[in-house]
Structure formats: C-alpha cells, structure tokens
Design a protein around this ligand. Structure first.
Ligand SMILES: *Cc1c(COP(=O)(O)O)cnc(C)c1O
Length: 403
C-alpha cells in the first residue's frame, strides 16, 4: 500500500501511542480529583498545555483543548460573533476555507450576521486588496486559513494579521493543515485565535485545541463543569491530550528534516507527473505550498474514477470533489481559483509524509499515467479534442500536449 492522503489524516506515531497507553489503564484518575491518582492526570494535562503553548509562542492559559479542528473552528467563530455583536455583525472570510469554517459562517448568516467571502487568485492565494476592501466599520472578525487543505497554498497570514490588528478586528486562523508542519508564532503573526488538530500531525483523532489570546472575553463553548477554565466543560480526554502533546514534541523535533524530505519528494512527484501525463496542470502555487501537497487536474478525467483505479493498485489518494448526498460536487476551492467545472471534477490530491520514498513516487506517477491513458481512451470527448488538435473541450485551459 502507498499512503498519500496525509491531509485527510495521518498515522499515529508509535511514540505517541506509547505515551498515551499508561493514561488508559494506569493513570486513569479524573484530573479534577483530590487524590494522588488524579494528580498524575492533572500534571500530564499541565505539561501538555505548556508544550502546545511553547510551540506557538503562547501562554499555557491561552490553550483550550477541544475534540478536534472542527470544534475549534466552530467555537472561535460562534463565540467571537456573539461577544462582539454590539460592535457589529459583519465577518470576513474566504471562499476556500474548510467546511468547518464555511458551514459555521452559513449558520451565522441565518442568525443575522453578514459574511463576505473574499476571493483568491488562480494560485489559490487570498487577494489582499479584496480583503482590505471588504472590511467595514461593523466588521468584527476576519477568519483566513493558514494553509489550504486541498491545494496546499500558504496564505499571507502576517499581512492579514497586521491589517486586522491596525483596525482593531479579531483575527482567527484555521491552522489545522499547517500546525506541526511549519513553525507558527502567534505574536509575530498577530493571530488572536488559532485552530489546530492532532490527527493531521501524527497524533490521535478527536483532539485538538483553540488558542485564544488572553484578554479576549469569549463565551464558553460547552457548559457544565469548570474544566478548561470553565470555557469547555467535560472530563478532560487525558490520553488523547497526552498523545497530542507528544505529537507536538515530535513534530518540533523532526520539522526541519520532514520539510526538507517532503519538499524534495513533492517536487520530484510533480516533475514525474508532468513528464508522463499530457494535458494536466498543477493546482496551487508551485512554491508557496505545504511541503507534502501535490494537486493535479487531468483534462477529461473524473477524479472519482481515477481514485477507484488507484485504490485497486493499493494507492490511497483523494480528490477535491466532496461526495454529498450522492451527488458529486466539484471542489469549491478549485472553482474559486477559476478552474472550469470539468477540471474541478478531475482533480487528484496526493499528500505525502516523510515516510514516502522516491520509488513510491515513480510507481504513483506511472500508475496515474496508465490509468489516465486508459480512461481517456474510453472518452468520446477526448477523441474529439485530439481530432480538433486541442481547439475544443476541457483541455483548452490546460498544460501541454506532449509529456
Ligand atoms: C481536517 C481539517 C479540519 C477539521 O479537523 P478535525 O480535527 O478533523 O475536526 C479543519 N480545517 C482544516 C483546514 C482541516 O484540514
């Protein structure tokens, strides 16, 4: 098997699993209890909070553990909207956010908030002038993701942070794809709230955190006990939090080597695909992207067919299209980047880890070339396109003919 879907989730690192195990069967005490057993859990929690804070250049009391990235996004947006509604009811975000942000914004629109969805350029980078123009006197929150989960593009977070800070507007970033992959310092970037998730960085599933800058008066997300300084009730998931912390420790340790290795493999794979498959295009910025992200569109190809045939060869990948209620939607990210409906359907996302090898990249590129060739051979549209020498059809806005 060749696993190339690390943007969907990652393998839990063995040292992470090992660190978690004692907190199931040995140190299972409730962290809020008085006896010594509970104190072990409490100590582990405090340590984890410090590790997370150190990684972001934050204070431990600014870290709130959640059940993952989606919860952190929901909390940040809904709580900020409620806390600042006297000042205004306008939110600025982008058209390429994760659904955890987009669907929360849609919910807030139903509650009477106004949301401006700022566009991106053809590389998938947020248009700063458009963002600046969207800001109004009643804007209370700007939410822009750190790195896009489909095309890997890195956003101008520092510039947006400065823009928000100068105007006294809160700035939230969904950093789920970037946290643990790239160094992030919340003060330097003027970030007020940041969402992260453990399972995207070799930690366990179902745990994440929201960084909330101290001084922000945000309401509780879950009402109940006094856990997480009374803002997120519920007995702490100590094993998962310990695992998250271990994953962060590990990520900080391996980061430079991981970035170097993944970048090299990524560029090698891009080169191989360009060399073997005609009429394809790399989506996103060639340089300004996550080290492990490769995203291609292939003219005349349905992403889903490609995925199924890759799976038969033991290759795990993903397409931009999301399957909702049986209908296949083209990727909202690729559409926002200006791709045609055809090309937005024909995309393939390959997200690498530092465990992948060059040999695997060769196998994957060869498999893609073979499958794309086979699928196109069955396509009447492709036949017409070839006959017309590229003058018609979905291939007209796509790369060169000869590999
Ligand atoms: C995966 C992901 C999320 C959701 O995180 P979960 O921990 O799975 O809830 C949110 N935003 C981005 C950008 C993601 O990639």
């Amino acid at each position: 098997m060749i696993y190339l879907d690390n943007a969907a989730t990652t393998k839990t690192a063995p040292e992470v699993v090992e660190a978690m195990l004692p907190f199931f069967s040995e140190y299972y005490g409730n962290a809020s209890s008085i006896y010594t057993l509970g104190a072990a859990s409490k100590k582990a929690l405090n340590q984890a909070r410090r590790t997370l804070a150190d990684c972001l250049g934050a204070k431990p009391e600014e870290i709130y553990f959640t059940a993952g990235g989606s919860e952190a996004d929901n909390w940040a947006l809904k709580a900020a909207a409620e806390a600042y509604k006297e000042k205004g009811k306008h939110i600025v975000t982008t058209r390429i956010e994760h659904h955890a942000v987009l669907h929360t914004c849609e919910y807030l629109e139903k509650q009477g908030y106004e949301v401006t969805y700022v566009g991106v350029d053809e590389k998938g980078i947020v248009k700063l002038e458009e963002l600046e123009a969207a800001i109004r006197p009643d804007t209370i929150l700007i939410s822009v993701m750190y790195a896009n989960n489909e095309v890997g593009t890195l956003q101008p977070i520092r510039e947006i942070g400065e823009m928000a800070r100068q105007r006294g507007i809160l700035f939230h970033t969904d950093a789920v794809q970037a946290f643990g992959q790239l160094p992030i310092q919340v003060d330097e970037l003027h970030i007020d709230m940041l969402s992260a998730s453990a399972h995207k960085m070799n930690g366990p599933k179902g745990v994440g955190c929201l960084y909330i800058r101290s001084g922000l008066k945000l309401r509780s997300f879950i009402h109940g006990g006094a856990q997480e300084r009374s803002r997120r009730a519920g007995t702490e998931n100590v094993p998962a939090i310990v695992g998250f912390s271990k994953a962060v420790e590990r990520a900080v340790r391996v980061m430079p080597e991981k970035i170097r290795k993944e970048t090299e493999l990524r560029d090698y794979l891009i080169h191989q695909i360009y060399g073997k498959v005609p009429y394809c295009r790399l989506n996103g910025d060639p340089q300004r992207r996550l080290p492990g992200n490769v995203n291609f569109s292939f003219a005349f190809i349905e992403g889903e067919s490609l995925l199924i045939m890759l799976d038969m060869k033991g290759i795990c990948a993903s397409s931009g299209s999301a399957c909702t209620s049986g209908a296949l939607d083209p990727s909202h990210v690729l559409l926002a980047m200006g791709l045609s409906h055809e090309l937005s359907h024909g995309s393939l996302r390959l997200t690498l880890s530092e465990e992948n090898t060059r040999e695997e990249m060769d196998t994957v590129a060869e498999s893609i070339a073979e499958i794309v060739g086979r699928l196109r051979a069955m396509s009447p549209l492709y036949e017409d396109f070839v006959k017309s020498e590229g003058k018609i059809g979905a291939g007209k806005d796509i790369g060169k003919k000869e590999p």
